[in-house]
Structures are given as structure tokens and as C-alpha cells.
Design a protein around this ligand. Structure first.
Ligand code: HEC
Ligand code: HEC
Length: 269
């Protein structure tokens, strides 16, 4: 074995650490590694446009169903608070997240192994399938929406450089172009987890650090209230859709608004 003198070793380690620190400071501030390899070229976008939802359903049924359910809600008994709902999600966002997991750009607990063998085309097929699944009414907790959360979501806070969430995520949390995820009806525990991961830098696949920057401006209470706000917006969207359907169904519509889907599970608070 090679003999290394301890003092020399320490000196080298200190030097190496110093060099590493300065290089990483430099790289994070100037040449940060891309937070995602996804670039929305026309080929990438056409993956979604040409996707095959029926094939997506087949893969979901055989696999993703275990944790994300057939309709994009997590299922018992595997229901975990860290599992996101995928129903009604922006398909571009699903595709981006799957690619980021494959590329190890997004840290995760289980997902990289889950999607290792899924091709990008298959991911697009799954994405359009889940995107088409309606938000199930039964998932929403009737939560208290605070005025503060509504204000942050709709107007932001100029004094702290917090832009309105709605500016990117849509007035009803429906998500927007290209890959801004829908937040309406997202599980509030997953929402909180995502925000703390952005705060800690655990999750760093958001292009231009937009979400990391925004999350760091928010307090824990604000995040909790925003999580409830977006869960409630999901409920609002479902009710509105049911009402629109009733109106288009004509005057004989029943008194009670119908949930578009059979409740999967009642959520106890
Ligand atoms: C063993 C459980 C499990 C399986 C199976 C699974 N997932 Fe996941 N999925 C998770 C968890 C947990 C997360 C949250 C991120 C993490 O912690 O890994 C997640 C996150 C995601 C996200 C990110 C959503 C968002 O809003 O950020 C997408 C997209 C996704 N999964 C798609 C899929 C697809 C497609 C399949 C099937 C090919 C699949 N998952 C199979 C557990 C699973
Ligand atoms: C400048 C546009 C922009 C604004 C403003 C913005 N977001 Fe985001 N948000 C994004 C993008 C883009 C992503 C997806 C990042 C990625 O690729 O991982 C995202 C992701 C998220 C996620 C993770 C969702 C998931 O399914 O994993 C949450 C939660 C979230 N944002 C909450 C908020 C809240 C709350 C606000 C307001 C305080 C807000 N965002 C403001 C662009 C924005």
C-alpha cells in the first residue's frame, strides 16, 4: 500500500476542498449544470401531440397503477403522502418530470428505478392518458381558504419578489405552457413536500431555478395555506365542470351536482 504522510494528506484535502468550493461557487453562479436536459423543441412537443393514450393506459395498468392509481390518484393501501396525483396534470409536465427522473436530474425516493425502462415515447403516451383523467371530487378535503393564500396566489407579494402563482400556474391552477404543472387538486401533503424540497434545494430540476427562488421567499405557514388553497381550487373546478355539464344537459338536470367520477375514496381529515 502507498504510504501517505498525514500532514501532506490534510494539506491536500484542504486544498482540494478549497478548490472544490471555489469551483462549485463559480459553477453554480455562472455555469450551473443544466437543471434539466429537456428542451422544448418541436420534436419534443410533437411527442405529446402524437402520443397514444390507449398505449399509455396499458402501461399504467401494468405498472404505474401500483402507486399512481388507474385514474392518477394514489391508491390504498400503498397511498403515501409523498405520491403526487397525476389526474388532469399538464402532459408536458408529466413528460418533463419522467425524463428528469430518467436523467437523474430530479432526486427522488423511487421514481428513477420506476421509469428506467420506459421510453420517452411511452412516457408521452402515459402523460396524455393521465392528463385526460378528471379530478375526482372525493379526493378534496374541504379546506379553509385564507385570504392571505388567495392574495399570494393571485397577486403575489411585490415587497418580497414573490410573483403571483397564477401568472404561471393559471387562474384556476390548471397549469400552462409548456411544462408548468397544474396545481389544482394536487394532494396538499405532496404540494408541501415539493415546496420544502425546492426550499432546501433537494429538488433542483426546475429550469432557471424559478421555483427554488420563489419557495425560498415563503414561510411554512404560507406554504401550508397555499397547499390548501390549491386543493380547494381543484374542488371548485370539479363543481364548475359538473354545473356546466348540467346546463348543457338541459332543464331536466338533477338538483345535486354530479361528481364526474365515482368517488375513489373518502378522504378523512
Ligand atoms: C412504487 C411507487 C411508484 C411507482 C410504481 C410509480 N411512481 Fe411515479 N412517483 C412516485 C413517488 C413517491 C413520486 C414523488 C417523487 C419521489 O419521491 O420519487 C412520484 C412522482 C412521479 C411524477 C412527478 C409528478 C409531479 O407532479 O411532480 C411523475 C410524472 C410520475 N411519478 C410518473 C410515473 C409513471 C409514468 C409511472 C409508471 C411508469 C410511475 N410514476 C410509477 C411513486 C411511484
Ligand atoms: C415564473 C413561473 C412560476 C411562478 C410565478 C410560480 N411557479 Fe410553481 N412552478 C413553475 C414551473 C415551471 C414548475 C415546474 C418545475 C419543474 O420542472 O420541476 C413549477 C412547479 C411547482 C410545484 C411542483 C408541482 C409538482 O407537481 O411537482 C409547486 C407545488 C409550485 N410550483 C407551486 C407554486 C406556488 C405556490 C407559486 C406561487 C407562490 C408558484 N408555484 C409560482 C413555474 C412557476
Amino acid at each position: 500500500m502507498m504510504q501517505i504522510k498525514p500532514i501532506k494528506m490534510i494539506k491536500h484535502t484542504v486544498l482540494a476542498l478549497g478548490l472544490f468550493a471555489s469551483v462549485s461557487l463559480y459553477t453554480t453562479s455562472v455555469y450551473a449544470a443544466p437543471s434539466s436536459n429537456v428542451v422544448w423543441t418541436s420534436e419534443m412537443r410533437s411527442l405529446i401531440k402524437n402520443a397514444d393514450a390507449a398505449n399509455g393506459k396499458k402501461i399504467v395498468d401494468g405498472f404505474c397503477v401500483r402507486c399512481h392509481g388507474v385514474d392518477g390518484s394514489d391508491i390504498e393501501p400503498i397511498e403515501e403522502e409523498d405520491t403526487p396525483y397525476l389526474f388532469g396534470q399538464n402532459p408536458y409536465s408529466i413528460l418533463k418530470q419522467v425524463i428528469d427522473f430518467k436523467d437523474k436530474k430530479r432526486k427522488e425516493r423511487t421514481m428513477t428505478a420506476n421509469v428506467r425502462k420506459i421510453t420517452t415515447e411511452e412516457a408521452a403516451d402515459i402523460a396524455v392518458y393521465y392528463a385526460a383523467q378528471p379530478l375526482p371530487m372525493a379526493t378534496f378535503k374541504t379546506s379553509q381558504v385564507t385570504a392571505a393564500a388567495k392574495k399570494l396566489a393571485e397577486k403575489g407579494d411585490g415587497t418580497r419578489f414573490v410573483p403571483p402563482c397564477a401568472g404561471c400556474h393559471g387562474q384556476n391552477g390548471e397549469g400552462s405552457i409548456v411544462d408548468v404543472p397544474a396545481l389544482a387538486g394536487q394532494s396538499s401533503s405532496y404540494f408541501k413536500l415539493a415546496m420544502t424540497e425546492y426550499q432546501d434545494g433537494e429538488r433542483e430540476n426546475d429550469i432557471y431555478s424559478r421555483m427554488r427562488f420563489i419557495a425560498k421567499q415563503l414561510t411554512e405557514q404560507e406554504i401550508n395555506e397555499l397547499a390548501d388553497y390549491y386543493a380547494a381550487i381543484g374542488e371548485y373546478n370539479v363543481k364548475m365542470k359538473a354545473l356546466e355539464k348540467e346546463e348543457s344537459d338541459g332543464p331536466e338536470a338533477p338538483d345535486k351536482p354530479k361528481a364526474p367520477k365515482a368517488p375513489t375514496k373518502p378522504t378523512a381529515d
